[in-house]
Design a protein around this ligand. Structure first.
Ligand code: GDP
Length: 539
């Protein structure tokens, strides 16, 4: 049965507003090994979305949340693509979007951040801020996104809490406002004081740590008696926080200037309920979306959504292409016929799916903040808008600054047609950015990627799907700058630089060997237009 836009809109707008209000759509930003998988599992477990640890995201079986869509992915044991995980917690629906990026990074990692309203910055208590976390944080910062900080692995020896807070403030200028405070040093973790009411949650490990830790709530008096000197030390530190004014401030949190901090340990499930409660209380529900012209579409307006990720071959049995859409406004009902804003063509949603773990289940209705996966979506590209009348189109998702470049050629020149088709498709899907120039010619485009693994994906898909085996030759460039037509000839003539056109949007990019070379170029050519691309690059 198909439903028209009008019928859908006649459903009480109140329902859409209420459903949107109880949703929280977020992602975890972290460096590999900080504990993202463990935290994901702990959140799901704690929220009782699943019954036993390991079922969703066990280290030994990552296929739970991520999808085993390619042999390559399995062989490497990493997640190339991401999925959305829905966690019901009381009355709240938590949509956790996975940011892929274990040993590697890709544009997908960044694009996911364009589809969330909040991020959890996950830090390893012994390591503090690490490179990948910093890169991802830059993207959050560029969008003024609210960030909640979770300092993980508190059960192991690590750094001093005050030192970690200091690092956050000094290095990224994010003012930390701890919500809880650890009792006992990292490695001898006793429990957490809730700064809001001074109550103490004593934590007792359960054997194996696979199930929820036993959390015992004590009054400050009881806690002082049980923990002795350790308690005194923790309360003294906490008083210090009061003096420096590290209090939660919702306005600056929402502006991405301050960050509520929680200490805990995902593996033994310490402090996970506090994190869930913080998401409910502080993380923002989906806002009314703003379109490309800067106009706000009410959250209860008819359906609109934006594709933030494309994925192919999720399931070997169905050679399809999936579009992941974040709902921006309105109620989605399976079977609705939507309009694809870029082409004006209708798009049927009969086979829409929700993605939970490796299971694909059919979704019947969904609301703002939810992610739906549309199958047979070859016509869609990252950034595209789908809507039910009235028309709306959202601003494109920015492409990120590539740091890896390679020339791509068809091994067999007789397969040039297949080669061209594959390049066009992978470009449209946003697997890599395709750059061309008259100098290099159409047969040898330059591929630009955020992470080198994207090239492996290209090679694999070109051979498997498009029947065009390719050769990739890495280029010795590490950064790109945007230029204009007037500056292009001069930029192209520079040594250690080259100008290419980005196929997707026609932007002219200057590729440069490294930042030292760039510095010299800028110094010696003050008139040249060389603008940085968006966050994510080494610049
Ligand atoms: P990811 O790479 O960020 O997904 O990290 P994982 O979740 O796979 O965790 C990396 C390692 O850290 C694994 O061996 C986890 O068991 C371990 N780990 C994660 N959280 C904790 C924690 O709270 N305490 C301790 N001791 N180990 C943890």
């Amino acid at each position: 049965m198909s439903t028209t836009a009008e019928e859908t809109h006649s459903k009480p707008a109140r329902e859409v507003a209420d459903e949107a209000a109880r949703r929280r759509t977020f992602a975890v930003i972290s460096h590999p090994d900080a504990g993202k998988s463990t935290l994901t599992e702990a959140l799901a477990l704690h929220a009782a979305a699943i019954t036993s640890a390991g079922a969703v995201h066990g280290k030994g079986d990552r296929r739970g949340v991520t999808s085993d869509w390619m042999d390559m992915e399995q062989a490497r044991g990493i997640s190339i693509t991401s999925a959305a995980l829905r966690i019901d917690y009381g009355d709240t629906v938590l949509n956790l979007l996975d940011t892929p990026g274990h040993a590697d990074f890709s544009e997908d990692t960044y694009r996911v951040l364009s589809a969330v309203d909040c991020a959890i910055m996950l830090l390893d208590s012994a390591k503090g801020l690490e490179p990948q976390t910093l890169k991802l944080f830059d993207v959050c910062r560029a969008r003024n996104m609210p960030v909640i900080t979770f300092v993980n692995k508190w059960d192991r020896p690590g750094r001093e809490p005050l030192e970690l807070l200091d690092e956050i403030e000094q290095r990224i200028g994010l003012r930390p406002t701890p919500l809880n405070w650890p009792v006992g040093i990292a490695g001898d973790f006793r429990g957490l004081i809730d700064r809001a009411d001074g109550s103490y949650t004593k934590l007792t490990r359960t054997p194996g740590g696979a199930t929820r830790a036993v959390e015992e709530r004590l009054t400050p008096e009881q806690a002082a008696e049980t923990e002795g000197e350790t308690w005194v030390q923790a309360t003294e530190e906490m008083e210090l926080l009061g003096e420096i004014g590290a209090h939660i401030d919702e306005e600056s949190f929402m502006a991405g200037q301050s960050s509520p901090v929680l200490f805990g340990a995902a593996l033994p499930n310490f402090g996970i309920s506090q994190l869930l409660d913080t998401l409910v209380k502080l993380a923002p529900p989906p806002p009314a979306p703003v379109d490309a012209r800067g106009e706000r579409r009410p959250i209860d307006a008819p359906f609109s959504g934006q594709v933030f990720k494309m994925q192919a071959n999720m399931d070997k049995a169905h050679r399809d292409r999936m579009a992941f859409v974040r709902i921006a406004s309105g109620r989605f009902e399976r079977g609705m016929v939507l309009t694809h804003a870029r082409t004006g063509k209708p798009f049927a949603t009969k086979y829409t799916q929700a993605v939970f773990g490796s299971e694909r289940s059919t979704v019947e209705t969904a609301y703002p903040g939810d992610v739906i996966a549309l199958v047979n979506a070859a016509a869609l590209s990252v950034g595209d808008t789908l809507y039910a009348s009235p028309k709306v189109e959202f601003a494109p998702i920015p492409s990120f600054a590539p740091e890896h470049f390679a020339v791509c050629r068809a091994k067999d020149s007789g397969r040039y047609k297949q080669f061209q088709r594959g390049m066009a498709q992978l470009d449209a899907e946003g697997v890599v950015q395709v750059l061309t120039s008259d100098v290099r010619g159409e047969q040898a485009p330059v591929l630009a990627a955020v992470g080198p693994l994207q090239f492996d994906v290209v090679a694999h898909r070109m051979a498997e799907e498009f029947n065009a085996t390719v050769e990739l030759a890495h280029l010795d460039y590490t950064l790109a700058r945007r230029t204009d037509a007037a500056s292009a000839p001069a930029a192209h003539a520079l040594s250690g630089a080259e100008v290419l056109k980005r196929r997707a949007d026609g932007e002219l990019l200057v590729l440069v060997h490294n930042k030292y070379r760039l510095r010299v170029i800028v110094r010696d050519n003050p008139g040249l237009v060389l603008e940085p691309l968006l966050a994510g690059g080494a610049d």
